[in-house]
Ligand binder design. Structure first.
Ligand SMILES: Cc1cc2nc3c(=O)[nH]c(=O)nc-3n(C[C@H](O)[C@H](O)[C@H](O)COP(=O)(O)OP(=O)(O)OC[C@H]3O[C@@H](n4cnc5c(N)ncnc54)[C@H](O)[C@@H]3O)c2cc1C
Length: 329
């Protein structure tokens, strides 16, 4: 039995960065408890994905492979994960708070009859091999510290882009094992019939190191061109406030915030965004925040590392020009 189990999200063999962050936290918890770590991958043809996870230090990498699980289905994955964890008597189960993790974790918790701390931004080892977790509540206005009852495993989903991914080791000692999960296929009622890939070729805000976002001040979709130009010059992604999305200036997939995506890039440039609490909930963990706003009293300046008070339609193209010039030199 491994004391700590982590679910490693992969799609088509590609392991998500958020999953690597969970592996690193799982390793830390297992070490604090003087125990071992098991990483679980579910799907088919998982060898390459397992090879990526092994150097991050799990003692065991277990591949639950079944043809029915080649694509994600919440009912199939719930059966595989909860069935396996129930048999191993693990003390903790961690998942990423990605779309998949947030879909899967509550069902697994219900099956195992344990509680779940979701979207945690910190976890630590408590007394008697238990765990404490911190999660933002009320759109990040307050932090709740969660302690668990004696029911095991303690379960948490971890917010992506908050925890560092682990450092790979040169000669990993862990073992990879393949298992076939027992499934009741009649209980898998939803099946994936096709995937429509985003054809835009744009960088996802969640994966980007640099995000340039525009708000209501952009006034229309054409004006977003200057945000796209700055993002392209920096090799970053384009983000937006909800006001910009609701006004139809840009698609919802770009929305940052409480009802959009949570990002924590190295650099976040907010252009014509006032800094409402719901927007801050999605970007306040960014390493460096640059705010451009014509209102010197805008709340965004309270969390900005650097603030520029002025008209974004003058400043953003100037910034792009300077950056392109610097890159050309
Ligand atoms: C339940 C709920 C969930 C929500 N979820 C989200 C969410 O996920 N993400 C989100 O962003 N919001 C969310 N909101 C909405 C949020 O409350 C704000 O309404 C929204 O963030 C405001 O967007 P904004 O900053 O672009 O617009 P505004 O608040 O209107 O700010 C526009 C800013 O642009 C500045 N400006 C105007 N012209 C210029 C110019 N030429 N140059 C420079 N600056 C200029 C103004 O000074 C102003 O500060 C949510 C709200 C609710 C109730």
């Amino acid at each position: 039995m491994a004391e700590v189990t982590v679910f490693v999200e992969q799609r088509s063999g590609q392991v998500k960065r958020a999953a690597l962050e969970v592996v690193a936290q799982g390793r830390g918890l297992a070490d604090a408890w003087g125990g071992s770590l098991e990483a679980i991958l579910i799907g088919t043809d998982l060898d390459d994905a397992a090879a990526k996870v092994l150097p991050l230090g799990p003692d065991h990498v277990t591949l639950l492979e079944h043809p029915v699980l080649s694509d994600y289905s919440v009912e199939g994955f719930t059966q595989a994960l909860s069935g396996y964890v129930a048999r191993t008597n693990s003390l903790a189960l961690l998942l990423p708070a990605t779309a998949m993790g947030m879909d899967l974790a509550p069902r697994v918790a219900a099956r195992l009859r344990v509680g779940l701390a979701s979207d945690c931004i910190s976890i630590s080892s408590g007394p008697d091999r238990t765990m404490e977790a911190v999660r933002p509540v009320f759109s990040g206005k307050a932090m709740a510290t969660v302690r668990f009852s004696s029911a095991r495993p303690v379960m948490a989903t971890l917010r992506p882009n908050v925890f560092p991914p682990g450092e790979p080791v040169a000669n990993p000692a862990g073992k990879i094992t393949k298992k076939t999960p027992e499934l009741d296929e009649t209980k898998i009622r939803a099946r994936l019939t096709g995937i429509e890939k985003d054809q835009s070729g744009e960088i996802d805000v969640k994966e980007a190191d640099i995000v340039v976002s525009g708000g209501r001040a952009m006034m229309n979709s054409e004006n977003f061109g200057i945000i796209r130009d700055l993002a392209a010059a920096l090799g970053g992604a384009v983000g937006a406030s909800r006001a910009a999305v609701d006004a139809g200036f840009i698609a919802h997939q770009h929305q940052v915030g409480q009802t959009g995506k949570v990002v924590a890039p190295k650099l976040y440039i907010a252009c014509g965004i006032s800094g409402a609490i719901q927007h801050l909930a999605g970007m306040s963990s960014s390493k460096v925040i640059v705010a451009i706003n014509k209102d010197g009293e805008a709340p965004i300046f309270k969390i900005a590392t650097y603030g520029i008070v002025g008209d974004l339609f003058r400043i953003v193209p100037l910034l792009t020009e300077k950056i392109l010039k610097l890159k050309a030199e």
